[in-house]
Design a protein around this ligand. Structure first.
Ligand code: ADP
Ligand code: MG
Length: 384
């Protein structure tokens, strides 16, 4: 729904115009996956698809939310939010409100009308988009401000404490700091952010594989534990290591005997992915989209073989994409175990490549993929 129709719907629902309209984008990670919770680097961009929220404060202390994508409502007093007891989508909304309250923000009762143009549960971070959008909407109604890094951390706590996914900060930082036409290099330890323009001669295409991310939260949390276990063993050699980010290729080469075969592969992914993410940022700065694409292909191989966070059908989709004329690189993106693939393709070949990949994938697997133009859109903000 566009902003005009969202406002109309809000008016029909509450008999009043919304006080605030919030835009909160989804994101696609171009490279640097499973590095954020190891204090490493990632290179995402915000999408033109995202969450749109219309909001207005109420006279009472009720939080009344209507999620158009589910066509479900939640109606709860702010004094009894109990987020973990609610249905899944409600947990995100109540979770944000509950954590804001716990941090001492006095948020008013409110009507929130939420719509989204993002595919949900596909790795384009509809959850962080929702959390950050609800935070900004409630804080704006409360006439309070919060810096975006603090907001990102608060929304990450919703994932950790209320949803049970121990995700890193990549998604929320990307949503909070995205800029049209640009990718962001995120340092997930210092939370420093640098931006680089996307190449003019190439396009980003996002393809939803239609493979459900069934293992997503369990596999994700398992990878985190494997990284933590590997770090502990390496800390016995070098107690100054704070995260896998601090492991150099040299240290890994000399000390890998201390790790199990699985742990060796996990650490190899994190160490090499950080290096690829830097190299990709450098490639953006020099406009070298060919090199950027090659690094994306290497990243996919690393996620598939070393991190084992891809999925069979996604590997087929990536393989088809990589063989398609005009494609410079393709990889799985996001938390993994299904979901979306991101493709870098020469601008002139983008439309034909997109069609070819989707058709070939249907022929090979029977799955119906959906392709989206990956234009880098604006980050989180209020609309007038
Ligand atoms: P991803 O973040 O990759 O899209 P997640 O599983 O982390 O996948 O989050 C998806 C969940 O977030 C949905 O199942 C739903 O509960 C919630 N969600 C996201 N966007 C919306 C929305 N517009 N309305 C209601 N719930 C939403
Ligand atoms: Mg998510």
């Amino acid at each position: 729904m566009d902003t005009y129709h969202l406002q109309m719907t809000f008016h029909a629902w509450t008999n009043a115009a919304p006080e605030v309209l919030v835009w909160s984008p989804g994101r696609v990670n171009l490279i640097g996956d499973h590095t954020d919770y190891n204090d490493g680097w990632a290179l995402p961009m915000t999408l033109e698809m995202g969450t749109l929220i219309a909001a207005r404060a109420r006279a009472d202390d009720v939080l009344h939310t209507w999620a158009l994508r589910m066509n479900e409502q939640d109606n709860v007093p702010l004094t009894a939010l109990q987020p973990t007891a609610a249905p899944m989508w409600v947990r995100y909304v109540r979770g944000v409100a509950a954590l804001l309250q716990a941090e001492g923000y006095r948020i008013p009762g409110a009507n929130l009308l939420i719509d989204s143009t993002l595919p949900l549960r596909s790795g384009l971070s509809s959850s962080a988009s929702l959390e950050m959008g609800v935070s900004l909407a409630l804080l704006t109604l409360a006439r309070q401000t919060m810096d975006r890094r603090t907001m990102a951390r608060l929304c990450q706590r919703v994932e950790h404490e209320i949803i049970g996914v121990r995700s890193g900060l990549l998604d929320q930082l990307a949503v909070g700091f995205g800029e049209a036409g640009h990718a962001l290099l995120l340092d997930c330890r210092t939370l420093e952010i640098q931006i680089a323009p996307l190449p003019e001669n190439a396009r980003i295409v996002v393809i939803d594989s239609a493979v459900p991310r069934t293992l997503a939260s369990s596999g994700y949390n398992q990878r985190r534990s494997e990284c933590a276990a590997a770090l502990q063993k390496l800390q016995q050699v070098d107690p100054t290591l704070q995260a896998l980010r601090d492991v150099s290729p040299e240290l890994l080469a000399t000390e890998q005997g201390r790790l199990s075969a699985v742990e060796q592969r996990r650490v190899r992914h994190v160490v090499s992915e950080n290096a690829r993410t830097f190299a990709s940022y450098a490639a953006l700065q020099t406009g070298d989209s060919k090199h950027f694409g090659a690094l994306m292909n290497e990243s996919h191989a690393s996620l598939r073989d070393d991190y084992e966070s891809s999925a069979v059908m996604v590997d087929v989709l990536v393989d088809i994409a990589q063989r398609t004329t005009g494609v410079l690189g393709a990889r799985i993106t996001g938390g993994g175990f299904g979901g979306c693939v991101v493709v870098l393709v020469e601008a002139a070949a983008a439309a034909s490549a997109q069609t070819h990949i989707v058709e070939q994938y249907a022929t090979s697997t029977g799955y119906r993929a959906t392709a989206y133009q990956g234009t880098a859109g604006a980050g989180l903000g209020t609309l007038s």
